[in-house]
Design a protein around this ligand. Structure first.
Ligand SMILES: [Zn+2]
Length: 465
């Protein structure tokens, strides 16, 4: 299997450090607000990737941090008149609820930053001992990027080009280099959460929490680090510098995976232009399996644009899959197996997985799948698929659904009640007799009972809504 690696800027053969064991870390949320579609894109992409690794029998430890102490949390808590801790706890709950609603259940461990203060302090101390860190009195402890010769390597930038990315906590007029970042901020006022430390009471910087957590669970080096594209610099570059400086081992991470952005109608999502969509709101009007297909049908590292028209296409594509599966269930036993069918089923599996093995290329894999559905629909319409073949295909779709979660099998297997079937039969008679008004009335009645009816060349197709 190959995967595109930000570190080497190419597709690399995926070979974990220790056999089938994969240690994988993804940057989690800063819990100060509701999660939105952009977050969903990132976490669904990694959920599918991890589930694919598991399907390939890798033993994956998927670790995610939760940033529960940060400038944004402190500022928002102040606005709302609550404590930073209460705010973080409340939004962590919301985040985990959203992840559950998105079918994301591949994470082995969520690690809250404030539960690893001891590990953070130890890393800061070791950086001080090795003279990668320096103290600014009354301010904090900073990492000196001049001391780390490879700074900028991950992002393809030089240390000189770092000045545009200074976040609030990293600001200090007394820094040696403007690109130096904060490892530990000393207590500025009593209202801010702080922890005792030998070098001065205070709170951790953002980058240090990730390396403290990954060192605790994985050690100095591990297999995969993921996150959204905008985290490459300075966040991920800072992680590399900190951990490689502490351990003297390189690289910190073998494969860096950065997921593409999500835009809404071509624009970046933002509260000020009113196109900010929370996961919670979105799931109220879009069933989960459609949503997941919308995300995973795109290559994980490509940008994704959301619009109403895209969603219509997604619905129709998923309906096509589900309709096909429903038809597979109705195959009668009289048709015999054929070598030709066996070959095309074998090709479906081989080609589908070959695309996933090439940089987890889901759009190409799904193209293979839809080509197959088209061919197999022809066979179904002509009674040329055996019951055994149909069931093998059905099982393949069940298998890929454990990775993608794009098919609602409950809907596929839901039996159509006799009462509805009877109405459909009567409606077919009306259509035969060209009694269009009566047929339309029956369609409405069927719809009012929660089913849709479509007229195809081979007869009426009924589905639950
Ligand atoms: Zn992070």
């Amino acid at each position: 299997m190959k995967i595109f690696n930000t570190l080497t800027n190419q597709k690399d053969e995926f070979i974990p450090i220790k056999g089938k064991k994969v240690n994988l870390f993804v940057c989690g949320p800063t819990v100060y607000d509701y999660s939105h579609l952009g977050h969903a894109r990132n976490y669904i992409a990694f959920d599918a990737f991890v589930k694919y690794l598991k399907l390939k029998e890798f033993n994956v430890f998927y670790l995610q941090n939760i940033t529960d102490i940060d400038d944004k949390i402190i500022a928002r808590a102040r606005e709302k008149g609550v404590t930073p801790k209460d705010l973080a706890v409340a939004f962590e709950k919301e985040y985990l609820k959203d992840m559950k609603a998105l079918g994301i259940n591949s994470v082995t461990k969520y690690a809250r930053a404030t539960s690893y203060i001891k590990e953070i302090i130890s890393q800061v101390q070791r950086l001080q001992e090795k003279e990668y860190a320096y103290k600014i009195e009354g301010d904090g402890i900073y990492f000196s990027i001049d001391k780390f010769k490879d700074y900028g390597k991950l992002a393809g930038r030089t240390a000189l080009g770092t000045e545009d990315s200074v976040s609030r906590i990293d600001y200090s007029k007394d820094k040696k280099n403007r690109g130096d970042f904060c490892l530990w901020k000393f207590k500025q006022d009593e209202a801010e959460p702080n922890w005792p430390a030998p070098f001065g009471d205070g709170r951790p910087g953002w980058h240090i929490e990730d390396t403290a957590i990954t060192e605790k669970f994985f050690g100095a080096q591990y297999d995969v680090h993921g996150g959204a594209r905008d985290l490459i610099f300075p966040h991920h570059q800072a992680e590399v510098a900190q951990m490689e400086a502490v351990s003297g081992k390189s690289p910190l991470v073998k494969y860096w995976m950065h997921v593409g952005f999500l835009t809404v109608n071509g624009q970046k999502m933002s509260k000020s232009i009113g196109n900010f969509i929370t996961i919670n709101d979105f799931l109220k009007r879009c069933p989960l399996n459609y949503f997941r297909f919308f995300i995973v049908k795109n290559l994980w590292r490509s940008p994704v644009d959301y619009s109403e028209s895209v969603l219509i296409e997604v619905r129709s594509a998923v309906d096509k899959i589900e309709e096909f599966l429903r038809k597979l269930k109705t195959v009668k036993s009289k048709t015999k197996n054929s070598t030709e069918n066996a070959n095309s089923i074998k090709n479906l599996k081989t080609n589908f997985y070959a695309e996933l093995d090439d940089d987890f290329n889901t759009p190409k894999a799904f193209a293979v799948m839809f080509d197959f559905i088209k061919q197999a629909n022809e066979l179904l319409n002509n009674d040329l698929l055996s019951k055994k073949e149909a069931s093998e295909i059905y099982k393949f779709f069940q298998e890929i659904n454990t990775v993608f979660g794009i098919i609602d099998f409950k809907k596929v297997t839901k039996a159509i009640p006799a009462e509805i079937k009877k109405l459909v039969k009567i409606r077919e008679l009306h259509r035969k007799n060209k009694e269009w008004q009566k047929s339309d009335e029956l369609r409405k009645e069927i719809e009012s009972k929660g089913y849709t009816v479509e007229d195809t060349s081979t007869g009426s197709v009924v589905k639950s809504i």
